[in-house]
Write a protein that binds this ligand. Structure first.
Ligand code: Z15
Length: 835
């Protein structure tokens, strides 16, 4: 191994202050960083100064591993996975890095001795909210697992200056506030101002034939932006592997024909700078997006191009021959957001590096693999041809060429048939012409996968059916998973201690070992300990709720929780119909013996999604009435916790008794919150949708509360002509619930407020709430009864956790490595500080 230290240079003992973990060293390092990085002394230092000093201290201990990792990958030329994602919803770093380094205890002591409180410092961190929901959080769990499994890998994405908005609730309505997460600095990122990639936009193409007779295309862009790299180390759990998440920030290139374009036009030049830097300003706040905006396509192209150029640069340092690029790198496309990469890699190889088309196509096609995350038709991305022509003229030509060659193949497969051709074409020509990004991704990838068994089957049967007919061998399922490090060890230390006392701590890296808990489900003493842990977590959440909302909740009540993006297909309003049903039962009979429940909601609505915002208003409005009604006498409480994010998720999953996973069957691709709840011992009430199907298979039908129509039943009902009215008319209880909302009971007499929601349910009820209502209510009744039998409930809770091994993201990543990526672990040896 080559040393970074020049020959003969004495190695001084500095490594101890940067790498050591003894109490004294940690204390000294924190104070040193406070002085020399924050320029503060203790009596004037703010809590944030101490947070920064501590974070730099922890970061130093990562850097040693990070550098060894980079050196080892470089030397071994290891085959590497690049995970391309427009979103990485990481959550706070500090706590996670302490866990993965294994120095949580030592640091807590050091901090105490300095007169500080570790919890306060942990709470100081602004989480990087560089994602909307499930898709971005999945990417973050996968980075954790790839590092823990010692897989050579990079994450590539966008460094948004403003991540997902902060949500405030005013008068029961969502209000969006800018997320200024970088305001006080980010100690976890390392800017790499020397790693910059030019990214072109707009303009025109021209062609010529070079002296060797090759046809060449030149793209004369209208303007150029530079992608600048910002790196964040991603440490695995108790290993030396620290991989890199490289996020790109857009900067203006002032030199670009500055004179010609801007002579005497200083303002114009500065305006151009602003336009360039706009590209990475803000995350589009739509989960399952509905919007096709120019800036969004610019973001997608910007990070795809920067990342591919970076990979080519790295590759060429050691391998001259780009025709073997796909042997060193594989790229996972997280949804179609980076699918423009297919055309961009072709452009880079053909136009910039002069590979012939067929060789370039062979490389491209063997580089990419595509994950689909949704079946919702409105979420399948397509871009108007005119926008493409204007923004990415060369890519449009390349896409036409790819399409022509592809359709020639298809014609051989379907002689004389035009329908399959029209459906498979990358260009939608049924009306205004569009580029279909999912089609581009399928044509340009060697592997295509869905994110849960049911989802993959539905993909093959519906949205990607034609591609499945053509390329069955490309399709496979990779059921999602979540990292037990963040979602159990970090967020639920009580449960972690209890489990490890019984079965050791091997489960943290091998979650199937939780199976050893199964016999303990029958152990009365263990059940009691399990129950106490849950209760402690509920008390902690109750305190948090009171601090944030002023609402007092009873930790002995059943904590019934639904946290996720607000969307009609996820059916938070079905949950509300249950609450109102119980409320009416109490009003009819105030002495009714019911299981006390606390209903907790959290989640953001896309700012332009009116119905979702109205659903939030409905939840808060029902809460306002129910929480105050003396007849209810505290037996029902409804809480909407503002600003649901990763940090709050960490408080919520450990405290849940019941997990609400109630989407219309066939619409939630997988879900991952469902897994976090079960791992922490919550029982699920759910439909046969997404990963719920597999969760129920694993935990056993007797430990899962199932209700609702199945996917085929939903489809059949839709086909025969669904009439929500039939269900309302024949169900007086349901009708009363709807009428109570309509009467203005929850809106100070305003009978208009909730009309848009109600008329949606009466008229089309796109998500089948009316059809599933009674089944849901009956199932909730079983939940209430089951909760009364505490011993039985605890046994079911233990079995849920014990049987969650499959849903570790380590299992998902092993599946990807084995079936798609064909990469293997590379063990990193530590070489001390500088060596
Ligand atoms: C998103 O968060 C998901 C799908 C999408 O197409 C977009 Cl744009 C965002 C979610 C799915 O809704 C969810 O079911 C799945 O668990 C998650 O992706 C990760 O696969």
């Amino acid at each position: 191994m080559t040393s970074l230290i020049p020959e003969g240079c004495p190695i001084v003992a500095v490594e101890d202050d940067r790498t050591g973990t003894s109490l004294e060293t940690l204390k000294r390092a924190i104070m040193d960083n406070l002085f020399y990085l924050q320029a503060r002394f203790p009596s004037v230092a703010s809590r944030n100064d101490f947070y920064m000093a501590l974070s730099y201290t922890v970061r130093d201990r990562l850097l040693q591993r990070w550098i060894s990792t980079a050196e080892t990958y470089l030397q071994q030329g290891s085959r590497t996975v690049c995970y391309f994602s427009a979103e990485f919803l990481l959550g706070p770093h500090l706590g996670n890095n302490l866990i993965n380094l294994g120095i949580r205890q030592e640091v807590e002591e050091a901090v105490n001795e300095l007169g500080l409180d570790i919890e306060e410092l942990l709470n100081q961190e602004e989480e990087p909210g560089l994602g909307n929901g499930g898709l971005g959080r999945l990417a973050a769990c996968y980075l954790d697992s790839m590092a823990t499994l010692e897989i050579p890998s990079f994450g590539y994405g966008i460094r948004y200056e403003f991540g997902i908005f902060d949500q405030e609730i005013r008068d029961g309505w969502q209000v969006e506030v800018t997320d200024r997460w970088l305001r006080y600095g980010n100690p976890w990122e390392i800017p790499r101002p020397e790693v910059r990639m030019p990214v072109k936009f707009g303009g025109h193409t021209r062609s010529y034939t070079d002296s060797d007779g090759h046809y060449r295309v030149i793209w004369d862009a209208h303007h150029v932006v530079e992608g600048v790299a910002y790196d964040t180390p991603i440490l695995g759990y108790r290993v030396n592997t620290a991989n890199t998440l490289r996020l790109w920030r857009a900067e203006a290139v002032e030199s670009f024909d500055f004179q010609a374009f801007n002579t005497g036009n200083y303002y114009g030049a500065v305006r151009d700078k602003i336009t360039s830097e706009n590209i990475t300003k803000v995350l589009y706040p739509n989960d399952e997006p509905l919007q096709g905006k120019e800036l969004r396509l610019s973001q997608q192209y910007f990070f795809s191009s920067s990342s591919l150029q970076d990979m080519i640069r790295i590759y060429l340092q050691h391998n001259p021959d780009l025709s073997k690029f796909h042997q060193k790198f594989t790229v996972q496309l997280n949804d179609t957001h980076p699918a423009i990469s297919v055309a961009e890699l072709m452009r880079l190889l053909v136009d910039d590096h002069h590979l012939d088309w067929n060789t370039a196509w062979n490389v491209t096609q063997h580089t990419f693999a595509y994950t689909n995350h949704t079946l919702l038709p409105e979420a399948l991305e397509k871009w108007p041809i005119a926008l493409f022509q204007y923004l990415l003229p060369r890519h449009l030509e390349i896409i036409f060429e790819i399409n022509q060659r592809f359709l020639d193949q298809v014609r051989l497969h379907y002689p004389g048939q035009s329908d399959p051709l029209a459906r498979l074409s990358i260009i939608d020509e049924s009306g205004e012409r569009y580029v279909r990004m999912a089609n581009l991704a399928c044509v340009g990838s060697y592997a295509i996968n869905g994110v849960a068994a049911l989802h993959t089957e539905l993909l093959k049967a519906t949205v990607l059916h034609d591609f499945y007919q053509l390329y069955p061998e490309r399709f496979s399922n990779k059921t999602n998973g979540v990292t037990p490090r963040r979602w159990v060890v970090l967020s639920n230390p009580g449960l972690t201690g209890l489990i490890s006392e019984q079965i050791g701590d091997g489960w943290i890296k091998d979650l199937d070992q939780l199976g050893q808990l199964e016999p303990l489900a029958n152990d009365h003493h263990f059940r009691a300990c399990w129950g106490k842990t849950k209760h402690d977590n509920k008390v902690a959440l109750a305190e948090h709720i009171q601090a944030k909302t002023g609402i007092i909740v009873d930790p002995n009540s059943l904590f019934d929780i639904q946290v996720k993006r607000i969307h009609e297909y996820k059916r938070q309003h079905l949950n509300v119909l249950h609450i109102i049903t119980l409320y009416q039962q109490i009003k009819d009979n105030p002495h009714l013996d019911i299981t006390p429940r606390t209903f907790i909601f959290g989640g953001k609505a896309a700012p332009g999604y009116f119905t979702a915002k109205l659903m939030i208003k409905l939840i808060t409005a029902v809460g306002d009435v129910v929480n105050r009604d003396p007849d209810v006498a505290g037996r029902l409480k409804v809480v909407f916790l503002p600003d649901y994010n990763v940090t709050f998720g960490q408080r919520v999953y450990p405290a849940a008794d019941l997990s609400e996973q109630i989407s219309t069957a066939g619409l939630e691709a997988s879900g991952t919150g469902n897994m976090k709840f079960s791992m922490n011992g919550a029982l699920t009430i759910g439909t046969l949708d997404g990963a719920n199907v597999e969760i129920r298979e694993e935990v056993g039908a007797e430990n899962f509360f199932l209700f609702g129509l199945t996917t085929p039943e939903v489809q059949a009902l839709g086909a025969k002509g669904y009439q929500p009215w039939d269900y309302i008319q024949s169900n007086p209880q349901l009708k009363r619930v709807l009428d109570l909302i309509a009467s203005g009971h929850f809106s100070h007499g305003d009978t208009n407020l909730f009309q848009p929601l109600l008329s949606g349910l009466w008229n089309q009820d796109k998500y089948y709430l009316m059809a599933d209502y009674q089944s849901y209510i009956d199932c909730q009744q079983q939940v209430s009864q089951a909760y009364q039998n505490r011993e039985q409930w605890l046994a079911m809770s233990i079995l849920n956790t014990a049987r969650m091994g499959k849903f570790s993201s380590d299992r998902s990543i092993q599946d990807y490595c084995r079936d798609i990526w064909h990469v293997s672990p590379v063990i990193i040896k530590l070489n001390g500080g500088y060596q």
